[in-house]
Each structure stands twice: as structure tokens, then as C-alpha cells.
Design a protein around this ligand. Structure first.
Ligand code: NDP
Length: 236
């Protein structure tokens, strides 16, 4: 059997598409999200589904231990869970900022912490952190989201260098506009529409999933450090 692939935020969007693609290719999976019913409803074979809030490090660690007991070590972790709230910095609810920081930054760190030392010990493994085009350049109404995704880029690249001699790969995948539930969480309808306007095209979650799988399936000695994948017609 192929090695175990763990995915956070697998209950919708990019995470769900990634789960389906890896499953089709025969990988056993650990799928994590808060909406456990959506994970179970995927009906994929060789899967451990766990109700996990990525802001709780102990929940990720317990899920990893349970899946590893069944399928062996996690060889690939896709740190995908994330949240976008668009807003104006002078009136956006502080709770939205706090939630984005906790999920997009601490959630990624909690995932890394749960698997990195073991991967280094085995001298094998890949961590793929899902950032965003908003982790490479800034956009209006995205201040805190951009901050969290710039952090994902910075942490990924720093850790990549630090673990490189252990033969562990750390990869950042930065998608542009993708057709998922992501934007629906924004509380202002005005900004939901605003986000869609003028982009000219949109990726489907499966487009991003293919990039993730391509990056993972390189030989362990080859590290694709970063992929930025956007709709061709997204000019910004
Ligand atoms: P979705 O909203 O469809 O998916 C987000 C996923 O994250 C869901 O499965 C959700 O599951 C999970 N999630 C959110 N909070 C938590 C939490 N606290 N604990 C565990 N899981 C959590 O959006 P996308 O598929 O678009 O988002 C996936 C990633 O892609 C995110 O990191 C996002 O920032 C990034 N991205 C998206 C872009 C886009 O245009 N859509 C562009 C660039 C990057 P549940 O609610 O069940 O817990």
C-alpha cells in the first residue's frame, strides 16, 4: 500500500478535491475537519476521518497517532485548513482577525508540530502548506488574511531550510482565486461580490489538487519549494 497522506480541511473545497485525487491514486488518508459528517460522506476507501479543530494541537496529534497505528507513518501532510474574512480594517470585527490568525497560522504550526520530528527521524516526508497568492502580494480588504498567508510563506521557507539536511521536503502551494466555500464566510455581501468581480476566471478545486499531488510525487531528493497556481485570466 502507498504511504499515508494527511489532509486538514478536507471537508470542502481544495482539501476535499485533494482527498479525492489522492484516494483515486490509491493512498490511504487521514482526513481532518470540524464537520466530520462531510468527511464521512465522501465515502472514500482506506480512510481515517477525524473531527479536528486545527487550533487544538492535541486533536491533530491524536488523529495522526490513530491513523499511523493503522496505515504507518504520515509521509505527506497537507496543511490546507484556512479561513478568509474580507473586511475594512477600520471596522472589521476583531474576532474575525483573531480567528484567521488562529486557524491560518497556528493551525498550520500545529500540523507541522505533529509530524515534523518523526519525518526528520525517518529522513523521509513532505509537508505541503497551502498559502495563497495573498501570501505573495497584498490586496485591499485582505489585510489580516494577507498577514496570515505571508506568515505561511515565511514559516514554510524557514523550516524548509532548517530541515533540509534531514531529507524532509517543505512546500508552499499558493493558489489564486478558486471556486470553493472560502469566500462565503465573509460576513459582508458587498465584499463577497467584490472579490469575484473583475478576476476574469476562476480555478476549480481539482486544479489546485493536481498541483499539490504533482509536488508531493517528486522523488524525495527533489523539493519543489513553491507553486503559485492561478487562473490564466487573473491578471493581479
Ligand atoms: P473552503 O472554505 O471550501 O475549505 C476550508 C476548509 O478548512 C474546510 O474543510 C474547513 O472545514 C476547514 N477548516 C476551517 N477552519 C478549520 C478549523 N479550525 N479546524 C479544522 N478545519 C478547519 O475553502 P478553500 O478550499 O478555498 O480553502 C482551503 C485553503 O485554500 C485555505 O487555506 C485557503 O486560505 C486557501 N486558499 C483559497 C483560495 C480560494 O480562492 N478559494 C485562494 C488561495 C488560498 P470545517 O469547516 O469542516 O472545519
Amino acid at each position: 500500500m502507498k504511504p499515508l497522506v494527511a489532509i486538514t480541511g478536507a471537508s470542502s473545497g481544495i482539501g476535499e478535491a485533494t482527498a479525492r485525487l489522492f484516494s483515486e491514486a490509491g493512498y490511504p488518508l487521514l482526513l481532518m475537519a470540524r464537520r466530520i459528517e462531510k468527511l464521512n460522506a465522501l465515502g472514500l476507501p482506506d480512510v481515517v476521518c477525524k473531527k479536528v479543530d486545527v487550533t487544538h494541537a492535541d486533536e491533530i496529534r491524536t488523529a495522526v497517532e490513530e491513523a499511523q497505528a493503522k496505515y504507518g507513518p504520515v509521509d505527506c501532510l497537507v496543511n490546507n485548513a484556512g479561513l478568509l474574512y474580507l473586511g475594512e480594517p477600520w471596522n472589521q470585527d476583531l474576532k474575525e482577525w483573531e480567528e484567521m490568525v488562529n486557524i491560518n497560522v497556528m493551525g498550520v504550526l500545529n500540523g507541522i508540530h505533529a509530524v515534523l520530528a518523526d519525518m526528520m527521524g525517518r529522513k523521509h516526508g513532505t509537508i505541503i502548506n497551502i498559502s495563497s497568492l495573498a501570501g505573495r502580494k497584498t490586496f485591499g480588504r485582505h489585510a489580516v488574511y494577507c498577514g496570515t498567508k505571508f506568515a505561511v510563506h515565511a514559516m514554510s521557507e524557514t523550516i524548509r531550510g532548517e530541515v533540509s539536511q534531514s531529507n524532509v521536503c517543505v512546500i508552499t502551494v499558493a493558489p489564486g482565486a478558486t471556486n470553493t466555500e472560502c469566500v462565503t464566510h465573509t460576513t459582508s455581501e458587498l465584499f463577497q461580490k467584490d472579490w469575484w468581480n473583475g478576476i476574469g476566471g476562476i480555478l476549480q478545486p481539482a486544479d489546485v489538487a493536481r498541483a499539490i499531488k504533482f509536488a508531493y510525487e517528486q522523488p524525495q531528493e527533489v523539493c519543489i519549494r513553491e507553486i503559485v497556481v492561478t487562473p490564466t485570466k487573473q491578471s493581479d
